[in-house]
Design a protein around this ligand. Structure first.
Ligand SMILES: Cc1cc2nc3c(=O)[nH]c(=O)nc-3n(C[C@H](O)[C@H](O)[C@H](O)COP(=O)(O)OP(=O)(O)OC[C@H]3O[C@@H](n4cnc5c(N)ncnc54)[C@H](O)[C@@H]3O)c2cc1C
Length: 109
């Protein structure tokens, strides 16, 4: 029995654009076992910038405009890290993350 390698979709950046794409794919492709969708962002949270000024003015608490990305996604995998290189031709992305004391580099295809 041969193993089928899933089709991989990488979303680079988890801001307004990237997270919107991820949340849309949550409802469609990410539920398909033959597709693996991964979102990569340097922070593990989403910041709702349009209300940032209200935090600065002390009208809102910071926690009301910050959402943990993993809580917003179920089928889309999430990787917190710094995207270092994007090689479109070879479909390779190098990401560093700071899970341990030293940076870890991973190449994703
Ligand atoms: C204070 C403030 C108020 C705003 N108010 C409004 C408003 O009222 N209405 C409106 O329409 N727009 C507003 N904007 C603009 C809005 O935030 C941007 O237009 C929007 O965020 C752009 O979306 P984006 O997905 O292109 O980029 P972003 O939302 O900035 O997302 C990019 C993501 O990629 C990540 N990233 C970047 N480089 C790397 C890397 N090398 N490795 C890993 N991750 C990386 C970043 O951390 C970020 O999470 C405001 C902006 C600010 C700063």
């Amino acid at each position: 029995m041969g193993m089928t390698i899933p089709k991989r979709i990488l979303i680079l950046g988890g801001g307004f654009a990237g997270l919107s794409v991820a949340m849309e794919l949550e409802k469609t492709l990410a539920r398909d076992a033959s597709v693996e969708v991964t979102l990569i962002n340097r922070d593990n949270f989403f910041l709702f910038t349009p209300m940032l000024h209200e935090v600065a003015a002390s009208d809102l608490d910071l926690t009301t405009i910050v959402n943990p990305v993993r809580k917003m996604l179920r089928y889309v995998r999430f990787l917190a890290g710094e995207i270092q290189q994007i090689d479109v031709r070879s479909k390779k992305v190098v990401v560093s993350s700071w899970i341990s004391a030293r940076p870890r580099f991973r190449a994703l295809r």
